[in-house]
Design a protein around this ligand. Structure first.
Ligand code: NAP
Length: 540
């Protein structure tokens, strides 16, 4: 039993990741009695769990740190432009220790149920060990990609070697030398793992169902001189992030795809391909996100760049997507991923052609062959965005279940509140702008807005807040309209709520899980709501 909990709190924050850390800072600065409940054994969220080889930022490191943690900004030296998991976790631990936040966190404390008490205007929170506490507010920082999913393959438990999801890569590390390793899945995670381990294992067999567009990360170390310059520029860096749709440092090219010549387009793409990070995606013409012809031309360019890096032309074609265009969805950034397939110890199995039939005690059997392996790595993704909410039994007004309400599609007001769930606030909930952008930048937007709302309520003497049904319907309609504009709607990935391993999230489903209008428009909408006195919310 978690005997360390108070009987009641002003606010309970769920999750000690990037979101929960900032939220508890703001709450305790206000003098609120608040606690963070975290299922893991320590803080860090994504960066606590994902310890697989190659795990690193796809945001430039210096755009990822908290803008408010100035003491740390002044001293922290990011070692690489795209920093790896160990350093990222150390950064979060340093922030928490610098601001003495650990004392407000309870680890190994999985929240299992939340139940709204309309009489006392409080949530009852039940933990997995049976402990309970009460809180006036519940604020979630549960992560977008924190609920790993395994495929439903026969014999999953019968494998005699080591098998695990990337999210659960052994924290003590794993010696893969001379091992025969299978990686199932070629999303951003699988692509990072493959790039990193290809030359460190005996044999690597990649089981790919659908190929993914990829682009080079172009990572590099940051020298002391560069870091000192970065430290002087933080205000500008964060201001730039606030002004771009993705909240990254990459500004889109607004010249107009069709107003420049094909030669000018080529010059831009050749330059961006060699630049760092998401430039090739986000410094591109905005038309590639909305205009199929523009996207087709750019995808043909990217396909050619991919082909050039793979020696075997037949294999190269297998690695190039044909079912969606480049950048419809978030692009996996890679280091040596395509070159891995030029190595004699790396093989690709196309499970679209030869599906996996079974996991056996000694390996993986497809419709065509048996592959004997020592280790199976499931890079098979997550029950994204709503998965972490579904794991908690959440009952709002009149016992309404959030899982039921969101069964077919989530429904929220600006991604922060959901009608029927008073005093329940989501930092990066479904349909928020924070879920689709450079995550920490969006987190700060979410935490600041929630905190200002709480201050407004305290000042006005309100004890209960709920999204109005009309406000919520309007937001959901807007979300759906944005999906209609974006080519994203034609892709099957976590931005459209697709996951073949989660019931109801597979083929033919379309879930409206993120806001696609970009960070500045989202911020503007949030600011308007606050400036208007939160008219779309009902208070008591
Ligand atoms: P993902 O993009 O959902 O990829 C899952 C992969 O597993 C897909 O290739 C999928 O194939 C495959 N798969 C699933 N079930 C399968 C089955 N039954 N048989 C064969 N293959 C199966 O998940 P992810 O790679 O973990 O990435 C998720 C998101 O995390 C990314 O989009 C990114 O936003 C984030 N991420 C970020 C970073 C970073 O650089 N900071 C790193 C990793 C991840 P299908 O495509 O056919 O479904």
């Amino acid at each position: 039993m978690n005997s360390d909990l108070d009987q009641s709190y002003d606010a309970v924050v769920i999750g000690a990741g990037v979101a929960g850390i900032y939220q508890i800072k703001r709450l305790t600065d206000l003098g609120w009695n608040a606690v963070v409940l975290e299922s893991g054994a320590d803080l860090g969220g994504t960066w606590f769990w994902n310890r697989y080889p190659g795990a690193r930022f796809d945001s430039e490191s210096y755009t990822y740190g908290y803008s408010w943690a100035t003491e740390v900004l002044e001293s922290w030296h990011w070692r690489e432009h795209f920093s790896g998991q160990p350093e990222n976790l150390r950064y979060l631990q340093t922030v928490v220790d610098t601001y003495d936040l650990r004392r407000h966190m309870r680890f190994d404390s999985r929240v299992e149920a939340l139940s709204w008490d309309e009489v006392n205007l409080a949530w009852t929170i039940t933990l997995a060990d049976g402990s309970t506490t009460k809180s006036r507010f519940v604020i979630t920082g549960v992560g977008l990609l924190s609920t790993p999913t395994l495929p439903a393959i026969e014999g999953l438990d019968s494998f005699a070697g080591q098998a695990f999801h990337t999210h659960h890569w052994p924290s003590e590390g794993l010696d893969l030398r001379d091992k025969r390793v299978a990686v199932i899945g070629t999303g951003a995670t699988g692509i990072q793992v493959i790039g990193e381990i290809q030359d460190k294992v005996g044999q690597l067999t990649v089981f790919q169902r659908r190929p993914n567009w990829v682009a080079p990360l172009n990572n590099a170390e940051i020298s002391a001189a560069e870091m000192s310059e970065i430290r002087q520029s933080y205000d500008d860096i964060f201001a730039t992030c606030r002004s771009t749709p993705g909240a990254f440092i990459h500004q889109p090219d607004r010249r107009g795809f069709w107003t420049v010549t094909p030669q000018e387009r080529l010059e831009l793409w050749d330059r961006l391909y060699d630049e760092r990070g998401f430039g090739i995606w986000l410094q591109n013409f905005v038309e590639i996100f909305i205009d199929e012809d523009a996207n087709r031309e750019f995808s043909a360019y990217m396909a050619q760049r991919m082909r050039e890096r793979v020696d075997n032309p037949e294999l190269a074609e297998k690695l190039i997507p044909t079912d969606h265009g480049f950048g419809y969805q978030r692009v996996p950034l890679e280091t040596n991923y395509l070159e891995a397939y030029n190595r004699p110890n790396v093989a690709l199995v196309d499970v679209a052609d030869t599906p996996i039939k079974e996991i056996t005690t000694s390996g993986i059997r497809t419709t065509e062959s048996q592959f004997e392996v020592d280790v199976i790595v499931f890079a098979t993704g997550f029950d994204a965005i709503t998965g972490a909410f579904d794991k908690i039994n959440i009952n709002g007004s009149g016992g309404l279940s959030l899982g039921e309400k969101w069964r077919h599609d989530p429904s929220t007001f600006v991604g922060v509140l959901s009608h029927g769930f008073p005093n329940f606030l989501m930092i990066a909930g479904p349909q928020s702008g924070n879920a689709s952008t450079n995550f920490p930048r969006g987190i700060e937007t979410g935490v600041d807005w929630i905190t200002n709302l709480l201050v407004h309520m305290s000042d006005a003497g309100h004890a209960r807040v709920e999204a109005s049904l009309e406000g919520e319907l309007e937001w959901v309609t807007h979300i759906k309209q944005m999906y209609e504009i974006m080519l994203l709607r034609k892709s099957k990935g976590w931005f459209t709520g697709y996951n073949s391993n989660v019931e109801g999230h597979g083929e033919g489903t379309m879930r409206h899980v993120v806001y696609n209008g970009g960070a500045p428009k989202y911020q503007k909408r949030l600011d308007e709501i606050a400036a208007g006195g939160y008219n779309e919310l009902s208070f008591r």
